[in-house]
Write a protein that binds this ligand. Structure first.
Ligand code: ADP
Ligand code: ZN
Length: 426
């Protein structure tokens, strides 16, 4: 399946899509109405490209149909519920049939295998267990490939590090921010993750992070850091980079991905960045057609050097609604991270504080300076500050004020980090 020629994957996708559309038109009042309103009948879907005729779904559709009005499975057939983190508002509920759970597990099993993990590995799962999809998702995926699972969940970081050492964990799944925190706590305990543990892979995701951050994590902790992606509406984390680390394989038999211009809803040119829109081809309890995830990225359809033919999602640069508008200029937190991580004196932690002074937006970036670079001499710090401000102005085209703070003084996060504090009352 993973090395199937693209044309064959697309034929398979078309068959799945066609069957799904008939099913929803017949059994889902929500989709029936939406399709009627858009003047599209299942008979109109005559090729894979016809997916573009179908109506979109957005997050507010899930909120408006809270908790389970979009489910089409009978209550008896719902095997599990999860709830989204609620990063952008009221959390939404998602449901799974047994089949959905098994496809989700399989998707992660394929993902973990593709980044070189399997039997013999000890995988520490430090995503939250419970309503959040990360913990249980990775747990079953890791079990499925025959690895030994260490279900630590989040928190109790010192104990996690002891267990990582004692049980010789070879891989860890968590948010990149939590791994940074673990690295620091380990150092305080006198343990170097690089030299004193068996850890060799990180399965990191659930929040945006940059290539520069990957390089820092890899060289500091002595591991390979793989990007994993998903959202609760897709099932949870589902897709991960392979050992090539050149994009996240989206299994075509499970998901059909489109990249759209967020303003017009039209497909962007191949390779261009836009809003990810995903159709889940096999989900039963809660089908998702053309779901506008809100994340921004691009997709590469070229075959991967690993041999897998499934398209590769490039790094997610943020969410459509992550974008800060500072004095009329669009700024993404990932652009800031990208610029900062290229400066050796800057540590891994920063915070963006946006405020309004009079009629003007004001952006303050608080940055931890590396211990080695932190100096008692005001002039040294002033030089670093000026350098950082210059780099940011070049990268963002808008001035940001920079405050240098001591290493360890900004908040740390166990799950998704909150890098932006927006104090503007709009
Ligand atoms: P919520 O939308 O409430 O945070 P989820 O817990 O389902 O709900 O989180 C999914 C979101 O997390 C994605 O839409 C995306 O914005 C973010 N995310 C997940 N994995 C990644 C990743 N690898 N890179 C960037 N963002 C990610
Ligand atoms: Zn690959």
């Amino acid at each position: 399946m993973e090395e199937m020629p693209r044309a064959e994957i697309e034929r398979h996708q078309y068959r799945l899509l066609k069957a799904l559309v008939y099913k929803l038109y017949s059994f889902s009042p929500f989709y029936h109405e939406r399709m009627k309103a858009r003047g599209v009948h299942p008979d109109d879907i005559r090729s894979l490209a016809d997916v573009r005729k179908l109506p979109f779904m957005v997050k507010s559709d899930l909120r408006d149909n809270y908790p389970d009005k979009l489910f089409i499975a009978d209550q008896d057939d719902v095997a599990r519920y999860h709830v989204s983190s609620g990063t952008t508002g009221k959390p939404t509920v998602v449901g799974y049939t047994q089949n959905d759970l098994s496809n989700w597990t399989l998707s992660l099993a394929r993902a973990l295998t593709s980044c070189g993990l399997g039997r013999g590995d000890v995988i520490q799962v430090s995503y939250g267990y419970g309503l959040f999809t990360g913990g249980l998702g990775l747990h079953y995926g890791a079990e499925r490939i025959g690895a030994s699972v260490l279900p630590t969940s989040v928190g109790n970081t010192e104990r996690q590090i002891e267990l990582m050492q004692d049980l010789r964990a070879t891989a860890i799944a968590c948010t990149p921010s939590y791994l940074l925190h673990m690295g620091e706590v380990a150092e305080k305990m006198g343990i170097s993750i690089k030299d004193d543990t068996e850890l060799r892979a990180g399965i990191l995701g659930a929040e945006p992070w940059t290539e520069q951050m990957r390089q820092r994590i890899e060289s500091w902790l002595g591991i390979k850091a793989y990007n994993i992606y998903g959202t609760s509406e897709l099932s949870g984390p589902m897709f991960c980079e392979c050992t090539e680390q050149k994009g996240i394989h989206i299994w075509g038999d499970l998901a059909l991905v489109e990249v759209l211009d967020p303003e017009t809803g039209e497909t962007v040119a191949p390779g261009e960045t836009g809003e990810l829109t995903i159709t889940m081809l096999q989900k039963e309890a809660m089908p998702m057609i053309r779901y506008r995830v809100g994340d921004l990225s691009s997709v590469d359809y070229d075959p991967c050097p690993c041999g897998r033919t499934h398209p590769r999602l490039q790094r997610i640069t943020g969410r459509v609604d992550d974008m800060l508008i500072i004095r009329g200029i669009n700024v993404f937190p990932s652009q800031i991270e990208h610029a900062l991580m290229a400066i050796p004196e800057v540590g891994e932690h920063f915070q963006i504080v946006v405020d309004r002074k009079g009629a003007l937006d004001d952006m303050l970036i608080r940055i931890e300076v590396r211990k080695e670079a932190f100096s008692d001499k005001i002039t040294d710090l002033m030089l670093i500050r000026r350098k950082v401000e210059g780099r940011l102005r070049n990268a963002l085209n808008v001035a940001a004020e920079v405050e240098l703070v001591e290493a360890g003084s900004l908040p740390r996060f166990e799950g998704k980090s909150k890098k932006v504090v927006d104090r503007r009352v709009l």
